[in-house]
Design a protein around this ligand. Structure first.
Ligand code: GLU
Length: 312
């Protein structure tokens, strides 16, 4: 099979990077389970069917949640399933300077403010004040000493952010009314997911994000940051999440089992069915490379339109 991630040579001899660059960005909080592999496979198929690149990034900023050995286990599982990525793996923990310079850029625009509110205090406030659980803005206009331990929040605006998700359709959201000013750097100095993902997707020249619908809710915050940092808005395709018998999303919290690299062929076949790709029965036991060739050739995410959850 031709390497689909390879740069192509135009007739005039100029080498151009592929137009499509996708990625999979797992957090190393445990081994891959069926739900995370489902998202990996969808983003891989979308990238390869467009003859694009597929990059791998390990979202390992939150050292409290990282599980030792999980990154290596994720890499090995992806390889066992034939999901080979282009270029070197990027580890977020090695990109801190990039995030700090983005913070500096936002600070220059006077969009950031230090916040000393505690999680407990905010929960108490919301219990007493029913309504959307958005940040009530206590620290927005205070001039706090930078010496106190504080988080950094970005000011949101009373205007609408819009985008069209390829599967979920149009989204219009007023960030100030739905999420309020949100955290970019936590009090424990960990860079927040929302900032890191935007900086990385830009730096890696990602053109489209394919991921689970559980992250749809983060997208307007990410688009807002793209706007403020002068980055290009990405394309988005949010796929359903896999749920267990109780209807809960497979995750570490719901004790989802790790996928077994030894049963890669049959698990891949099952995943293609869960992606509504109708693979031929006889592919059930075929080697993963053969199944993936078929899946790239026939990939069509449209049967997943408007579906939020699929039972495992
Ligand atoms: N690291 C995130 C997670 O594992 C996904 C990030 C993303 O795809 O934007 O949930």
């Amino acid at each position: 099979m031709q390497d689909p991630g390879r740069n192509s040579r135009k007739a005039d001899g100029v080498i151009t990077p592929p137009d499509y660059i996708g990625r999979f960005a797992p957090s190393p909080t445990g081994p891959l389970h069926l739900g995370s592999l489902y998202a990996a496979l969808a983003s891989y198929l979308q990238a390869r069917s467009k003859k694009g690149k597929w990059l791998l990034r390990i979202d390992d900023l939150d050292s409290f949640r990282n599980v030792p050995g999980a990154s290596d286990s994720i890499l090995k599982t992806l390889e066992a399933y034939g999901l080979h990525w282009d270029h070197d793996v990027v580890y977020q923990s090695q990109q801190i300077e990039l995030y700090n310079s983005a913070l500096e850029q936002l600070h220059q625009q006077q969009l950031l403010f230090p916040c000393i509110c505690t999680r407990k205090g905010l929960i108490k406030y919301h219990q007493k004040n029913p309504g959307p659980a958005i940040y009530p803005g206590f620290c927005r206009n205070k001039s706090l000493s930078e010496n106190q331990p504080h988080a950094l929040r970005i000011k949101t605006e009373n205007s609408e952010i819009t985008f069209t998700d390829q599967l979920q359709g149009g989204v219009i959201e007023n960030l100030q009314q739905v999420h309020g000013d949100f955290i970019l750097k936590r009090k424990d100095q960990v860079i927040a997911y929302q900032l890191a993902v935007v900086v990385d997707d830009h730096t890696q020249r990602i053109t489209e994000v394919v991921r689970g619908i559980d992250l749809l809710d983060s997208t307007t915050r990410q688009i807002y940051l793209q706007q403020k940092l002068g980055f290009k808005q990405l394309h988005y395709l949010h796929i359903p999440v896999i749920v267990d018998k109780q209807g809960c999303k497979l995750s570490k919290q719901t004790f989802a089992a790790a996928v077994d690299p030894k049963s890669a062929s049959s698990t891949l076949h099952k995943l293609l069915i869960l992606l509504k790709q109708s693979p031929p029965d006889e592919l059930n036991k075929a080697p993963v490379a053969q199944q993936l060739d078929w899946a790239i050739e026939n990939w069509n995410p449209n049967p997943l339109k408007k579906i939020r959850a699929i039972s495992q």
